[in-house]
Design a protein around this ligand. Structure first.
Ligand SMILES: CC(C)(COP(=O)(O)OP(=O)(O)OC[C@H]1O[C@@H](n2cnc3c(N)ncnc32)[C@H](O)[C@@H]1OP(=O)(O)O)[C@@H](O)C(=O)NCCC(=O)NCCS
Length: 152
């Protein structure tokens, strides 16, 4: 598990780096405009490893429900345990803010994200037909949920 991982809240000045990482990591990345909106509406986190931006995540809260809206690790840094650490940080934050459950959606074809979430403790609870655009049509979204526990 990588050590010296650090987290801080995302700022407007981070968006060049965030958008560049997104474009590498996703077939349909979030845009700068979406992130500008997210900065005012949600909690957006930057993750650093050895002072390098290696990932980020966005989480929203509605009463005591958290929604994981986005999570990404730089392509060259994937598979080292960083995604798991980022997910743990976001879930801890949600729990600290009083959330008791977290929901997320992902592309049915995203096997690495599915494995990450399942390993963390998320369960598949539903499917939205043709929810995401693809280059030649649409694909289903899987809906997953996880109960959050406090540290104590
Ligand atoms: C999904 C993502 C965040 C995972 O981050 P990561 O740093 O690569 O994941 P980790 O190294 O922490 O792996 C954690 C677990 O995820 C699973 N996993 C990660 N990569 C995997 C792969 N290529 N194939 C299968 N399982 C994988 C494994 O269960 C792994 O646990 P293990 O190492 O004990 O087997 C990362 O691949 C990513 O940014 N992908 C592109 C963006 C994306 O799809 N985001 C999710 C949107 S819903």
């Amino acid at each position: 598990m990588p050590d010296r991982v650090q987290f801080r809240l995302m700022q407007v000045g981070d968006l060049d780096s965030v958008v560049a990482l997104e474009r590498q990591a996703f077939s349909h990345p979030w845009t700068r405009a979406l992130y500008l909106d997210a900065l005012t509406s949600y909690e957006c986190w930057m993750m650093y490893w050895h002072d390098q931006h290696v990932g980020h995540g966005v989480i929203s809260q509605i009463v005591d429900e958290a929604h994981l809206l986005n999570i990404a690790i730089a392509v060259e840094q994937q598979g080292k345990g960083l995604g798991h650490q980022l997910l743990e940080h976001l879930m801890r934050r949600a729990s600290q803010r009083g959330c008791v459950e977290c929901f997320l959606e992902l592309r049915a074809s995203n096997l690495s994200a599915y494995a990450l979430y399942e390993r963390y403790g998320f369960n598949e609870i539903g499917r939205r037909r043709d929810y995401y655009p693809t280059h030649d049509g649409h694909e289903d979204a899987l809906v997953m949920a996880c109960t959050l526990f406090t540290d104590d």
